[in-house]
Design a protein around this ligand. Structure first.
Ligand SMILES: Cc1cc2nc3c(=O)[nH]c(=O)nc-3n(C[C@H](O)[C@H](O)[C@H](O)COP(=O)(O)OP(=O)(O)OC[C@H]3O[C@@H](n4cnc5c(N)ncnc54)[C@H](O)[C@@H]3O)c2cc1C
Length: 501
């Protein structure tokens, strides 16, 4: 292999954002090379581990969804009840989740491109289906979809990456595995390529444009400690071990600036015994524990610490991971009774799930690592605080507690019918909220908000979108939208500027 290579556009990373960028650039006629740090057996980044849920605006309700899934039969369509999820609804969710802090220009750009990008993904071979398991309830033969993201990719993140890789192959775009980009090369203020470590060699890849789509720093214990605090050393990394902040460092070294909240991240309640980093043999997001709105979360001191029913899980799960991290031993139990057992998501049934079951609360507590007296006192106080009302899992039912802290604002029913169940959870980090500042075309901007010529970023590297919390399933959409935009812009830049390399 030669030690110098020339292409129009080089894409760093081979996750969702990177492959969308590579496909978009190749569709524009650019000569593209993709560099991936992981070995081929561990390809796909965080995107491979996802549930494949992807949030997009569909202003025309089911009519739009049927454009995405064109093989939906009349029979299936007749049983679907779904409200339109407009661009304004999407914006309101972003604004509310991020407490008004998100970068409105970047977020509105994401939202206004979301439906068109879903259709583009479909045209490029990605298949979608209705997310019956996680986003709907069956009532009188009808499936009621809730929460604004009724569709997912067929076969989750595994399917997404297979579809995108197939398209890339069709476009004859090469991917180099075991190839870690280490530095963006610049000459006279503009980007001219990247240095890559491949099989012990340093190779210069010359390119007119460089797209960095190589994740954030969730996989780096050191960077988590530096930016988020030493307690984050204890978090499980839900996805790839390879997102250790290389892209962010390269972008900053090239003159980019930080954007968004580098001290916060997306994190969830995950099985206490989940692998410490994502296991490529066990993808499919099988360790998450998202059914806490129907039960209680109790720490090892026997105390509750969040309002489990503050909202539907789409709008609380991404901020409750860090609350679990704050508990002694980074541990808590999700506790349920027989009344809601059938409502728990599929992951609770898997062999991989750690679970305890007992006929009585006393027998359950005997199996747990909890301060028993406090545990019983907590459940007793909670049961006494539950107000009358109809329990309804299909919506925020307003059935709440009074007089306890924290309250439970919805789905509060007494924990009283055995058998009882407990699932131990800890905090799993998904990705960081902090990134770099980009333009609406994915150009990396400098401290004067001017594009660094030839440099683009996408996916987790885009800063300013998420603060505090996250509208579930927006990560894949962000990666697809900004990947596609960056790919298109980088290809146009490369072709207009081919004298430069
Ligand atoms: C378990 C789990 C479930 C999730 N479920 C969902 C979901 O259902 N819906 C949703 O919207 N989001 C979900 N997310 C979030 C989602 O995964 C991310 O938002 C998104 O996939 C990030 O895409 P990306 O392309 O930016 O990064 P990635 O997919 O992580 O790709 C980055 C790639 O860059 C490579 N890389 C890193 N450094 C270098 C380097 N120096 N040189 C070359 N390559 C490098 C990495 O190896 C990796 O392959 C989930 C995440 C996890 C972990």
């Amino acid at each position: 292999m030669s030690e110098e290579v020339r292409v129009d556009t080089v894409v760093v990373g081979a996750g969702n954002a990177a492959l969308c960028a590579a496909i978009a650039a190749a569709n524009e006629g650019a000569d593209v090379l993709v560099l991936e740090r992981a070995p081929e057996a561990k390809k796909g980044g965080n995107s491979f581990f996802t549930d494949g849920a992807i949030r997009f605006a569909f202003n025309n309700g089911l009519v739009d969804l049927r454009l995405v899934k064109q093989d939906m039969s009349e029979e299936e369509a007749a049983k679907i009840q779904v409200e339109p999820y407009t661009e304004e609804n999407y914006w309101e969710d972003f604004n509310r989740m991020t407490e008004g802090k998100c970068d409105e220009e970047l977020v509105r750009n994401l939202i206004s491109n979301s439906f068109d990008t879903i259709l583009w993904l479909k045209e490029n071979g990605v298949a979608f289906e209705m997310n019956y398991d996680n986003q709907s309830f069956e009532q009188n033969g009808m499936y009621h979809f809730f929460g604004g993201n009724p569709m997912k990719v067929v076969d989750k993140g595994i399917g997404l990456m297979a579809f995108l890789n197939k398209r890339l192959e069709g476009l004859s775009v090469p991917v180099w595995y075991n190839s870690r980009a280490t530095e963006v090369i610049q000459e006279k203020g503009r980007v001219t390529g990247v240095n890559v470590e491949k099989d012990g060699q340093t190779i210069q890849v010359h390119a007119n444009s460089v797209i960095l789509a190589c994740g954030s720093f969730e996989g780096s214990k050191e960077m988590r400690g530096t930016y988020m605090g030493s307690q984050w050393a204890g978090a499980i990394v839900r996805g790839t071990e390879y997102n250790t902040g290389d892209g962010l460092s390269m972008a900053l070294d090239a003159g980019g600036v930080k954007h968004g909240d580098w001290s916060d991240c997306h994190s969830i309640s995950t099985d206490f015994n989940a692998p410490r980093v994502g296991d490529f043999e066990k993808p499919g997001d099988i360790f998450k524990k998202h059914s806490y709105p129907y039960g209680l979360m109790i720490n090892t001191e026997g105390k509750r610490f969040v309002d489990e029913g503050a909202d539907i899980r789409n709008y609380t799960y991404a901020k409750y991971g860090k609350e679990v991290l704050k508990q002694p031993g980074n541990k808590a139990y999700q506790v349920f009774d027989h009344q809601v057992r059938h409502l728990l998501r599929k992951e609770y049934e898997l062999d991989e799930a750690t679970k305890y079951e007992a006929k009585t609360l006393e027998e359950l507590a005997d199996q747990l690592d909890v301060a028993k007296e406090n545990f019983f006192e907590t459940v007793k106080a909670y049961n006494a605080a539950v107000q009358d009302g109809d329990f309804d899992p299909s919506k925020k039912d307003g059935k709440h507690t009074e007089g306890i802290t924290p309250p439970k604002s919805n789905w509060a029913q007494e924990l009283k019918e055995g058998p009882f169940y407990a699932f131990p959870v800890t905090c799993g980090i998904t990705f960081n909220f902090g990134g770099v500042l980009v333009s609406q075309h994915g150009e990396v901007l400098d401290d004067q908000r001017k594009p660094i010529e030839g440099l683009y970023a996408a996916g987790e590297m885009v800063g300013g979108l998420f603060y505090h919390n996250y509208p579930g399933a927006s990560g894949l959409m962000s990666g697809a939208v900004y990947g596609r935009l960056a790919g298109k812009a980088a290809a146009a830049f490369a072709k207009n500027d081919s004298t430069q390399v």
